[in-house]
Each structure stands twice: as C-alpha cells, then as structure tokens.
Design a protein around this ligand. Structure first.
Ligand code: NAD
Ligand code: 3PG
Length: 607
C-alpha cells in the first residue's frame, strides 16, 4: 500500500480504495473477473485487490497505488490510466486481444504489457463451432420460441454443415483450430491469410486463397479470426457481403468491427446473406439502438455476450499464464509473452535468467563502487562494453542482458518515479543518461577458462568526453555457477565473491594488520561481518607492482584514505577487502573506515 497515494485522495473516493493493508507489499489491481488459480500465486507475495465495476475515473484515481494491473477485455487501459499509474510495472491481459490497452503509451512509460497468447484458443474455436451449428440449425430461435410456449418446427428447418465450404479469414491460432474442427465435421475449408504458412495449411487440409474475391463467392459459412487492425477494420462491408451466396452465414468470434455492423444489418434485412453468429461487437455491451444492439436482437442472428474465452478451463489457463508473468516481472525477471518487448522463449528465458541477475549486479557494483565518493554522474558520458564469452556468446537475443546492465547502472542513482528499467525502455533510458553500451560476442575464446560463460563489463569515457582527464578503464568480470552468480574480477583484483547484500569494498595496502583495524572499526559501530574476502592483484598487475619501486603507488582514488600511512620505496602491493555486513552503514562508519591506517578507498555497495 502506498500511504501517500491514500492520503492524497479525497474522502469521497475512499470507498474505491479497497481494504486497508498493513505493510508495504506491492499491490496488484484486478478490475475484472479473473480465475482464482493464478491470483493465488500472487497473493503469497502481493496484495491483490479484485475490484470489479470501477468507472474509468475511479480507475484513474486508484491506479497510482498499484504496481500491477490485470485485465480482460472490458477495462480500457488508456494513456491516462497508464500516466496516472506512476508505480505500474506491468499490465497483464488475461486473454489474447490487447486492443483495450494503449500499448504505445505503456511502452513510452516503460510498462510491460503481457498476455496469454494461447490460453483460450480452444475455447474460442469451440465457441465458433458452437455458433456455426447454432446458426445452421436455428438453435437460438428454437430455444426462445419454445420457452415462449410456441412449437414452430416447420419455421425452424436448418441446413447441414457437412460437405459445405467454410471460409476462414485469419488462419492463426484460433483460425487453424477452427479449421481442424470443421474438417472433423466433414466441411471443406478454404482460408485467406497473407501471412499463413502454406505448408501448415496444406498439412491441415486447408486450401489457401489469395483474395477476398476468390474466397467470398464460394463459401457457405464464413468466419473471421484476425485481430482488429487498421487492415481488418470493416474488412467485410457492403460490397464484400454482396459477393456472398444468399444462403451463406457469417460468424464473428474475433472482434467487433471486422464486419461493418451497419452493412451486416442491411445484408441480413435485405437477404444478401442468410444468418450470423456473433460473439463480439464494436461496443460491449452494445449501446441501445445501435447497429450492434440491433444485430444482437436480430431474428437471423445467434448472439452471445463475448463468451469465446469464457470456459472454466480457458480462464484457469489465462490466469495462470499471466499471473506467472506478473510474478516474474515484479521480482525483476523476464516475461514469456510480452506484447511490447521482444519475445523470450521459455528455454531461452531459463538460460538467460542467471545472467540477467549477474549483469544487473555487475552494473550496480559498477555504479556504487567506482562512482562512490567521486565525481557525480560518473556513468553518464561513459562507454560500456559487455563482452559475452563461452556458451553465452552464442545467444542472439541479448536484449534482456542489455536491459539488466542499464537497470543495474542506474538503479542506485535513479528516482525515476519508482519505475524500473526493463527490456521495454532500457535503450531509451540509456540514451537519456548518456550511456553508450556495446555488446561483443567472443565465440572461439579460451579466456573464459574454467567457466562455461564469462561476462566482462568494461567502461571507459566515451569519445565525446575525451577532454576529461578521467579516462581510466574499469573492469568487472563475473560468471554463473549453478544458479549462483559470482564476481571474478574487480578492476586489477582477482576476486571470488557473490555480489549480494550490503558490501563494503575497501581498497588498501596489502600489509599486516589491516583486517584487524577494519574489524575493530566496524565493531565500534555494532556492525557484524558475515563474509569476508581479500582480493589480491591479478597476475598482470602483480608483475607491474613487483617491477615498480615507487614513492607510494599511483592509485586512482589516492588521497581519499589515510594518506599519512603511504609507505615509501616499496613495491606498490595493494588488495581489496570485500566484506558482507549486517547493520546500518552510516556516513560515520564510512568515514571511520576511511581513516583506518592503509585504507585508500571505501565504497558501500548495496545489491
Ligand atoms: N471472442 C473471444 O472471446 C476471443 C477469444 C480468443 C481470441 N479472440 C480473438 O480472436 C482473434 C484471433 O486470435 P488468434 O489467437 O488466433 O490470433 P493469431 O495472431 O494467432 O492469428 C491471427 C491471424 O490473422 C492473420 N491476419 C492478420 N491480418 C490479416 C488480414 N488482413 N487478412 C487475413 N489474415 C490476417 C494473421 O496472419 C494471423 O495468422 C483475435 O482478435 C483475438 O482477440 C477472441
Ligand atoms: O481476446 C481475448 O482473449 C478474448 O476476447 C477474451 O476476452 P475476455 O477475457 O474478456 O473474455
């Protein structure tokens, strides 16, 4: 619950806020009936408010308190809703069609839109067949007249579907399923879909045609299964309906608007076609006296109130599909069916997930270690290079890894309205912050050594900023082992630690007594050390240090620590102390550590 969002609301809107919640758990709003199975997954971690019957204004008023929104086809997720949802990270459509969601506005706001691409296709196909048979056999009218006390057998003679021709426009998931079912009913199926695979169609026994002109005159039944797009709006208007057989019947379980409703009404009234089975309308529910309402009430029409996906099984499927994705996204993971982000196949997702975590932490470590206590805006104007070695080098869709780096780099310095970086907006945010990121795949490489995959993050000043004298290169290297992530190199130091929790990274002279001093300083502040590692110079840096006899090492950050202790005339041996700690690491603690003898630099890293 976001207390600020609550207190900002006027008293008379409090009735729509939902039950008070006692902690700061993220909240998910469900303004429509979504199956309980998926929601139960979310309730373990989040407060899930099911609040049906909200008006558009009420939705805008309460949305600021929510991180997630799960809708079906009734809720209009407009640009205004998305702009008001300052904390929103994901809008999930428990179904297929996202035409009720302003996907462009979601993308601009960095909000991931996910759906369930196949959870309800069986239901939609079966409903299409139900309408096909109901229209063929006048089931709707027969039921209504019988209930009205009439017995009108002679007026309700139907037609058979077997050996008839079914035309399908849109041979996608639902269309193909309908085709197979229709073939099972003994129908001949012809289809129009410029993007369908000819092989798949042939394999299913469907004849593809090239144009509406080829399709329409030959069909006894016509069903459309395309999304509602500019190219499919009013796809069947007067001229097309006039091309059909007078005995033909049409079906719509896709979207209201693919048939022009005025034209369809006229076609039925004037007998250009014989009947229709309609599940969807341009406005739902249809406005009184509109063409949609007159179609729904028409004696030649069997109509249902958008029931295509309304089966117990389909609703469980779509609910599980989208709730799993919402859970993953709110945990910082990747969705499997994002509408406004590149598709991540489940196996690809499983493979990338630990590297997403690794690279995000490398980014966080970079900003907090290298930039801490130094010039502000340290990441802006820098050029980063992500090098993927070993098995990871063969991954072509690295968008999640790119996004993870941007997220890691900016998360500790970002107040971007609480909105997280994700695969949707990562490139935009990087550009806004002046961060350039190159990715390099090194395939035939022995540098990954014992690791199956190795990731190197290299940073230097971008060419534009070459006037600055701070063009030092910084390196972080890491790998994944099992499901755990490790840092193996931090600048010139060879390390082996898990980048998690509250870390103190101390750059010091490699001399006896340093560990004791640091332990004593932390003890004074009541801070407990739960893990510690000393990272020595890597081979190359060690050679340089051994060769150099200097008046104290020339170190980046020199002078920030206790300079009085700089030894003279000795090989410049340095080390990093990496401590994972419990307790409140305040500015005083950091200052105290910085004053310890031989400490050159201290950074606090929270991952
Ligand atoms: N009534 C319901 O409850 C319900 C349930 C599920 C799906 N639907 C709707 O059914 C429709 C189809 O869903 P799907 O999952 O099969 O989608 P899909 O994306 O798998 O298939 C759509 C097909 O339409 C084709 N297409 C696009 N433009 C076309 C054009 N101009 N001419 C011919 N073909 C064209 C595409 O190539 C694709 O093969 C969607 O509108 C969806 O929202 C409705
Ligand atoms: O696009 C869809 O998935 C269907 O139209 C189902 O819509 P519904 O979830 O509102 O039943």
């Amino acid at each position: 619950m976001a207390p600020s969002a609550i207190t900002e609301m006027s008293a008379d809107t409090s009735h729509i806020l939902g039950p008070a919640v006692s902690d700061n758990r993220p909240r998910i709003l469900v303004p429509e009936k979504v199956s309980a199975e998926g929601l139960a997954l979310l309730r373990e971690l989040y407060d899930v408010d099911t609040r049906t019957g909200l008006t558009a204004d009420e939705l805008i008023q309460i949305i600021p308190a929510y991180q997630g929104l799960i809708v079906r086809s009734e809720t209009k997720v407009t640009a205004a809703v998305l702009a008001a949802g300052q904390k929103l990270r994901v809008v999930a459509r428990a179904g297929v069609g996202v035409d009720n969601i302003d996907v462009s506005a979601a993308t601009a706001n960095g909000i991931i839109v996910v759906n369930s691409p196949s959870g309800n296709i069986v239901a939609a196909a079966e409903h299409t067949v139900a309408l096909l048979l109901a229209v063929a056999r006048n089931v709707g009218r027969a039921d209504a007249t019988l209930k009205a006390g009439l017995w009108e057998r002679s007026k309700l003679v139907g037609v058979e579907v077997g050996r008839k021709t079914l035309g399908i426009i849109g041979l996608g998931k639902v269309g193909m399923k309908v085709a197979r079912m229709a073939i099972g009913l003994g129908m001949r199926v012809v289809a129009l879909d410029p993007y369908a695979s000819a092989d798949m169609a042939k394999g299913a026994g469907v004849t593809l045609v090239a144009s509406l002109a080829d399709l329409l005159p030959q069909v006894d039944f016509l069903t459309i299964h395309t999304p509602l797009l500019a190219s499919t709006l009013n796809l069947l208007s007067e001229p097309e309906l006039k091309r059909m057989k007078k005995t033909a019947r049409v079906l719509n379980v896709a979207r209201g608007g693919v048939y022009n409703e005025d034209a369809l009404l006229k076609a039925l009234d004037e007998g250009w076609i014989a009947g229709a089975g309609l599940d969807v309308f341009t406005a739902e529910p249809p406005a009184p006296d509109s063409a949609a309402a007159r179609l729904a009430a028409h004696p030649k029409v069997v109509s249902t109130p958008h029931l295509g996906a309304s089966t117990v099984e389909a609703q469980e499927n779509v609910s599980m599909d989208v709730c799993t994705q919402v859970l993953e996204i709110l945990r910082g993971g990747l969705p499997t069916a994002a509408v406004n982000a590149p598709l991540i196949l489940p196996e690809e997702y499983r493979r990338l997930q630990p590297f997403v975590r690794l690279i995000e932490r490398m980014g966080g470590l970079y900003t907090q270690h290298f930039a801490s206590g130094r010039s502000a805006g340290m990441i802006g104007g820098r050029r980063f290079e992500l090098v993927y070695r070993g098995e990871l080098a063969s991954v072509s869709n690295t968008r999640p890894l790119f996004a993870a780096l941007v997220k890691g780099l900016v998360s500790s310095i970002s107040d971007a309205g609480g909105r997280d970086v994700n695969i949707v907006n990562a490139a935009l945010i990087a550009r806004e912050r002046g961060i350039a990121i190159d990715e390099k795949h090194v395939r035939d490489d022995t540098a990954s050594g014992t690791y199956a995959s190795l990731v190197t993050l290299r940073s230097s000043l971008s060419v534009d900023d070459s006037s600055s004298n701070n063009n030092n290169e910084q390196i972080i290297e890491g790998y994944v082992s099992g499901n755990a992530v490790f840092i193996s190199k931090l600048d010139r130091f060879e390390a082996h630690f898990q980048p998690e929790g509250t870390l103190l990274v101390l750059h010091n002279y490699d001399q006896p007594g340093k560990i004791g001093n640091v332990g004593t300083a932390l003890g004074r502040h009541g801070i407990n050390i739960t893990y510690m590692q000393v990272a020595g110079l890597n081979q190359e840096a060690r050679k340089l240090a051994d060769a150099a006899v200097v008046d104290g090492p020339v170190l980046e950050g020199e002078g920030e620590g206790n300079g009085n202790s700089t030894p003279t005339n000795h090989p410049a041996k340095e080390a990093l102390m990496i401590l994972r700690v419990d307790g409140d690491v305040t500015k005083d603690v950091l200052e105290d550590l910085g004053q310890s003898e031989g400490i050159l630099h201290v950074s606090l890293v929270r991952l």
